[in-house]
Ligand binder design. Structure first.
Ligand code: PLP
Length: 398
């Protein structure tokens, strides 16, 4: 600004010159575009931005360059055209449901799903005339019948592995039934991660970025990934819901993604070691980890997941019910909290945290009882983690 020197102090404070980087003088790390607003080049450019995403930036609730960098990376990792990042995983799920469901539509959700997903569909959208049908992972015949019947479902929401009991879906089977009636498949791929399931004909992938993507427990986020034409439909709904991801969280997630491969590999190796060890402990029963041959869905998992068992283990603690809390209160390294996918190891009581909305018989069918514990393994030494679990079990047994 040539006439900067002639401006008054009040104006200078706001409209000061900015250093422009010489061409090719690129920063190693992208800046955080911590700006809500962007100046279009012209009115014509403003019109162009408003008519399509990615033509430039105007307002960060619509789009932001830092967020866009993350969206492009994640769509590419999952092997799809486009993605839309949101402020949390549940915001991504909400945006999908609000885009594709309307009054009198049917939606299927599996009982073995994240509790807020069940509530979103069965507790919130049902108030707007959407009929939510909840079925078990073991009731594919019921899903087939719904797909063949009158008023087939518009959407089916599923997870694989499921949270928290780690059931594995037969994706080909669910996809085939859904396709037969033009039902969109929405796979919450948070547990499996970006490197998995891209080869399946899933319509929309949802991830909570709060987990492995960020990895350091310091930012929340979500993303929906899919064909451009579907993401374009979700975009105006997500924007109007205010579901946007803020640039600072996007930047923290971009940083987390640089070590995603290393962290997930290490956590998965730790989890395999700990799960194998748990099967030998007299105080642990019903140990569930998809990479163990004893897992009920192990064969499907082997076909679908290319050897990465993930970082979550579920098991039932064998002690007197009254000593269950003592196990958690005695842990020194594992942290009693929900969530997963971070560098720290976490432990969660499944019924209290993830299934207190379910009738007892449904919770039991979904693999959750009063003594069920979910471990989300981090990247500490697995020997230290085993030691911590053993000493907490001794405390619970004494
Ligand atoms: N989906 C799954 C499978 C989850 O485990 C979670 C959170 O634990 C979510 C979605 C929601 O993610 P967020 O907490 O980022 O909203």
């Amino acid at each position: 600004m040539n006439d900067y020197n002639y401006l008054s102090i009040e104006t200078k404070l706001i409209h000061h010159p900015r250093p422009a980087l010489p061409e090719g003088n690129t920063p190693l790390v992208s800046p955080i575009y911590q700006s809500v607003k962007f100046k279009p080049v012209s009115m014509a450019h403003a019109r162009d931005i408003l008519s399509r995403r990615g033509a430039g930036y105007l307002y960060s609730r619509m789009s932001n360059p830092t967020v866009r960098e993350l969206e492009v990376l994640l769509a590419n990792l999952q092997g799809r055209d486009d993605s839309l990042a949101t402020g949390s995983g549940i915001a991504a799920l909400t945006a999908v449901a609000m885009t594709f469901l309307t009054r009198q539509d049917r939606v299927v959700v599996f009982t073995e799903s994240y509790k807020p997903t069940r509530f979103l569909l069965g507790g919130i959208l049902s108030r707007f005339g959407v009929e939510t049908i909840r079925i078990s992972r073991d009731d594919y015949d019921q899903f087939d019948a719904l797909c063949k019947g009158e008023n087939p479902p518009k959407l089916v929401f599923l997870e694989s592995p499921t949270n928290p009991a780690l059931r594995i879906h037969d994706l080909d089977r669910v996809i085939a039934s859904a396709k037969s009636c033009q039902c969109l498949t929405v796979l919450d791929n948070t547990f499996a991660g970006f490197m998995h399931h891209g080869n399946f004909d899933i319509d929309l992938y949802v991830h909570s970025l709060t987990k492995q993507a960020n990895g350091h427990s310091d930012a929340m986020g979500g993303v929906v990934i899919g064909r451009g034409e579907l993401i374009d439909k979700i975009f105006p709904v997500a924007m109007t819901l205010g579901a946007c991801l803020d640039p600072n969280s996007a930047w923290l997630t971009l940083r987390g993604m640089k070590t995603y491969g290393l962290r997930t590999k290490q956590a998965s190796a730790n989890a395999m070691d700990i799960a194998t060890w748990l099967t030998l402990q007299p105080w642990a029963e019903n140990v569930r980890y998809p990479a163990l041959a004893s897992h009920p869905d192990h064969e499907i998992w082997r076909k679908q997941n290319k050897g990465d068992g993930g970082a979550v283990i579920t098991f039932d603690l064998r002690c007197h019910e009254s000593r269950f809390d003592q196990f958690f209160d005695s842990l020194k390294l594992f942290i009693l909290t929900p969530s997963l996918g971070c560098v720290e190891s976490l432990a969660a009581p499944c019924l209290l945290f993830f299934a207190d909305d379910l009738p007892v018989n449904e919770a039991l069918k979904a693999g959750i009882n009063k003594m069920t514990i979910r471990l989300a393994i981090g990247i500490e030494s697995s020997d230290d983690l085993k030691h911590d679990l053993a000493q907490a079990a001794i405390a619970a047994l004494s």
